[in-house]
Design a protein around this ligand. Structure first.
Ligand SMILES: C[S@@+](CC[C@H](N)C(=O)[O-])C[C@H]1O[C@@H](n2cnc3c(N)ncnc32)[C@H](O)[C@@H]1O
Length: 461
């Protein structure tokens, strides 16, 4: 390839200075204005890099050697599988550096996409101990050279790498995976062969209620048949004395999707319970539940603070999942309406409202962009609207209805700063002002960035 289109060629070794970090965690170097993305390189570093892909406007490089190191670089990365695993992207960056990076990411997109500059973006609220935080593990199983393996998919591949521990998982979840591996091997349960669609055990899902100590083990199998079922259950209970629920989920399809439609309780309860603050939640094998409960409390407390409720308000919680935020808000509001598109999540939300004796909440199944406009036509008016949409952000029809309904305040909980910025622009054009944004680190060592924004109707404070 000539250097006509790009100033580098494939396999060339170049020395570069890293100027920035992408939202996916790759270092960015510029060569005559041409951007080279280099995973695991950090801003401020001088590095020797092998060019591995050359596109027209940008290319990719592989870090060969760090010549001048960033002060933020962590050399003794505690996780032995970090270099191969796709789960974490930022363990080589100090935790302080990660928090600053997430704050910067939010500020950057608000400016670049939302054209919003006069807003306070607070320093990211992080964890005092940013390890072992996940309350849920979903681990693929397979068969290798006559034995069961359980681990993680190598980055950008479907090759499973056997592993014994994941440092962002709660220890209890690691124990589940190792216990099932041992007991299933002992009783001849074979791992799933994805290519031939043979074998039994596809995934093990572990769910831990960190505030209740309850533990659920989900065995996802290719068929209902489970060899030595009774012995398997006994073995798991012996190895994991705190297990409260063992369930089997049957997934007969050739698919990457983990769960199938049928779930049978093999032993114990259908649910485990956990609490966030004073609110209790029932969690089944397939329920959506935030994976970092400590930081979820931080996030919801911030959402509640931004909602500024005094007990007299009507609140709408759009994209409410199993009603976690709705129930948090219901502790301080007159009435909360939650809306969510997944019917099973609304079943969970109603169950959770009952569990907590809350009667000032109503839940509806449907698209927020359809249900909330319909509520509007029925005369429902909210003083505050909380939205917590998926990564693609809010539907325009919903934003239009918010602008028409004119709640005093909107609280936007976002897992994607780019769509947050886009939607804030629409709200600002519709008469709102973004006052402050608080990033909260829900997923330390990964590039995922969560933030909550307070948006006020103009002339209100
Ligand atoms: C980021 S989650 C938030 C869940 C919940 N607020 C929580 O904190 O646990 C987004 C939720 O939006 C739901 N969802 C996706 N599209 C939707 C739509 N068009 N209308 C309503 N809910 C939707 C998803 O099923 C998911 O439960």
């Amino acid at each position: 390839m000539t250097k006509g289109i790009a100033p580098v060629t494939k396999n060339e070794i170049v020395e570069v200075t890293i100027e920035d970090l992408t939202h996916e965690g790759a270092g960015v170097a510029k060569i005559d204005g041409y951007a080279l993305f280099i995973p695991k390189a950090l801003p401020g570093e001088r590095a020797r890099v092998k060019v591995i892909k050359v596109n027209k406007g940008y290319g990719f490089g592989k870090l060969v050697e760090v010549l001048e190191k960033s002060d933020e670089r962590i050399d003794d990365i505690p996780c032995p599988i970090f270099q191969n695993c796709g789960g974490c992207q930022l363990q080589h960056l100090s935790y302080e550096g990660q928090l600053k990076q997430k704050q910067k990411q939010v500020r950057d997109v608000l400016e670049r996409i939302g054209k919003i500059t006069d807003v306070t973006v607070h320093p990211t609220l992080g964890m005092s101990d940013p390890w072992r935080y996940r309350n849920k593990a979903q681990v693929p199983f397979a068969e290798r050279e006559g034995g069961l393996i359980a681990g993680f998919y190598q980055e950008r591949s479907h090759e499973i790498i056997d592993m014994n521990a994941c440092l962002i998982q709660h220890e209890e979840n690691d124990k589940v995976v190792q216990a099932v591996k041992e007991v299933a091997s002992k009783f001849g349960v074979r791992g799933y062969d994805e290519k031939k669609h043979k074998g039994t055990l596809r995934h093990v899902v572990a769910r831990y209620g960190v505030n209740t100590g309850q533990l659920m083990v989900v065995l996802v199998t290719r068929s209902k048949e489970l060899p030595n079922k009774t012995k398997l259950i006994e073995g798991i209970r012996e190895q994991l004395p705190n297990v409260t629920s063992i369930v089997q989920n049957i997934n007969t399809k050739r698919t990457n999707v983990i769960f199938g439609d049928q779930t049978d309780v093999l032993w114990g309860e259908e649910y485990i319970y956990d609490t966030i603050g004073d609110v209790k939640f029932a969690i089944s094998a397939r329920s959506f539940y935030q994976v970092n409960p400590g930081q979820t409390k931080v996030l919801y407390d911030k959402a509640l603070e931004y909602a500024k409720l005094n007990g007299s308000e009507t609140v709408i919680d759009a994209y409410c999942g199993i009603g976690t935020i709705s129930l948090f808000l219901a502790q301080k509001a007159r009435h909360v309406y939650g809306v969510e598109i997944v019917p099973e999540a609304i079943d969970d939300a109603k169950r959770n409202a009952k569990l907590n004796g809350m009667t000032n909440v109503d839940f509806a199944v449907g698209g927020a962009e359809k249900v909330i406009p319909w509520w509007y036509t029925q005369g429902i008016r909210a003083d505050t609207i909380v939205v917590d949409p998926p990564r693609k952000g809010c539907d325009e029809a919903l934003l239009d209805t918010i602008i028409k309904m004119k709640p005093k305040r909107v609280v936007y909980v976002s897992c994607n700063p780019a769509t947050l910025a886009r939607d804030l622009r629409v709200l600002e054009d519709g008469g709102y002002k973004t006052v402050e944004v608080q990033p909260v680190d829900m997923f330390p060592h990964t590039t995922h960035c969560e933030a909550v924004a307070r948006i006020e109707l103009n002339n209100e404070e």
